[in-house]
Write a protein that binds this ligand. Sequence first.
Ligand code: G3P
Length: 226
Amino acid sequence: MLKTPVVIVNFKTYPQSVGERAVELAKTIAEVAKEEGISVAVAPQNLDLYRVASQVDIPVLAQHVDSIAPGAHTGWLIAETLKATGAIGSLINHSEHQIQSEEIEQVVKRLRELELTSVVCAKDPEVCKKVAAFRPDMVAVEPPELIGTGRAVSKVKPEVVSDAVKLVHEVNPDVRVLCGAGITSGEDTRIALELGAEGVLLASSVVKATDPRAAMLDVAKGITLK
Ligand code: G3P
């Protein structure tokens, strides 16, 4: 289970976070987390999960996993293998890898059965409410139009964050709400927490930074100085 408040860094498929570079980036993030005393997690590509999870002591999440069970299913990603890599859970339904509602429910169920953490992404508060009924560990609200823009959801659309928190907690107060899209600075993170989020999900501001350590430190300060 992820400790909150948390900063989750999604490595996506950026060239800066592939193979050994994924390990180096995860180590940098882990060092900053230790220095600042904050909770973090990283989500490298599935082919890098084992490599990263075996070399850092911070939680590692997959970016996607299928609901399919073990058996004769070539090319699918199953939760059992995810667990065997040392990952502790997975993002589900990221805006760049959306799946049907029934599939979201099935994946959440499979992860729960294997005691893995589920972080379901949703584009708006209404979808957050819908997926909260599946009892994931976390829901991350991410308006697609702000992803990768450097314009933080917590500043540009604060009502999206506070509405998501309200609607999700009406359905299930145990589901923790994160927000993402454009999160770049400590101030973006601090505002997100003030709006009721229990962490942030981000990518480009750290992964694509010329100085990922400084970028991560900036984001982390939003929690440290809270
Ligand atoms: O999963 C995080 C993501 O979609 C947000 O991306 O680049 O806006 O931090 P970014």
